[in-house]
Design a protein around this ligand. Structure first.
Ligand SMILES: Cc1cc2nc3c(=O)[nH]c(=O)nc-3n(C[C@H](O)[C@H](O)[C@H](O)COP(=O)(O)O)c2cc1C
Length: 175
């Protein structure tokens, strides 16, 4: 599939079957994240793989609203994308940390790789990082920014017209 088709194919999947993600698929997804670019090549991102009932439950506890069947949206796999805060590049002019940016790129590359493999994904940020840190036992200095839920889709992409209505028109997108 071309990259352009892939970007049109992706949507936020919020219903998953019970089928698990194959180890080879997980390996490919993680590899896509591992090789992501990072500011000043500092690689602050770290990923916690939640594919056991205990870990999925812990991830879901940080966002009870999205909890289904002991996981986030019932997904068999939740990838928690974190940063070692002290490792991130900081822009001198305004002290902007690249942690959120670098982890977002990792998350995006993993999301698109999963999409190419025919899997459904949803990027989730509306969770309580303090609960995630505590329940997942994250080490000091490691902050959870994003969760990527992955699995076999039990829902479908909206039709093109509905999707187009939700996207930003080009005229507004360009400054
Ligand atoms: C940074 C980020 C955070 C998001 N957080 C959530 C979330 O917490 N819960 C959720 O259901 N969807 C979340 N989404 C998915 C968006 O709601 C979704 O991408 C948007 O509505 C467009 O729909 P589409 O992904 O199907 O094109 C998030 C997406 C991004 C990029």
């Amino acid at each position: 599939m071309s990259f352009a088709d892939l970007t049109r194919e992706r949507y936020s999947c919020r219903h998953f079957t019970e089928e698990s993600v194959e180890p080879a698929q997980l390996a490919a997804i993680l590899e896509a994240g591992r090789i992501a670019p990072s500011a000043c090549n500092k690689h602050p991102a770290r990923v916690m793989v939640c594919d056991t009932p205990e870990k999925r439950e812990a991830a879901a506890a940080a966002q009870p609203r999205f909890e289904r069947d002991g996981s986030v949206f019932g997904a068999p796999l939740v990838l928690v994308v974190c940063a070692v805060e002290g490792d991130a590049w900081v822009r001198r002019a305004d002290e902007l940390s690249s942690a959120a940016i670098d982890t977002a790129i990792v998350c995006d590359q993993m999301m698109m790789q999963a999409t190419e493999l025919g899997l459904g994904t949803c990027w989730v940020c509306a969770f309580d990082p303090a609960v995630a840190r505590e329940r997942l036992g994250l080490p000091e200095g490691v902050y959870p920014y994003h969760m990527l839920v992955v699995g076999h889709a039990a829902d479908k992409i909206d039709d093109a017209e509905k999707r187009a209505a939700r996207t930003i028109p080009l005229g507004d997108f360009l400054l």
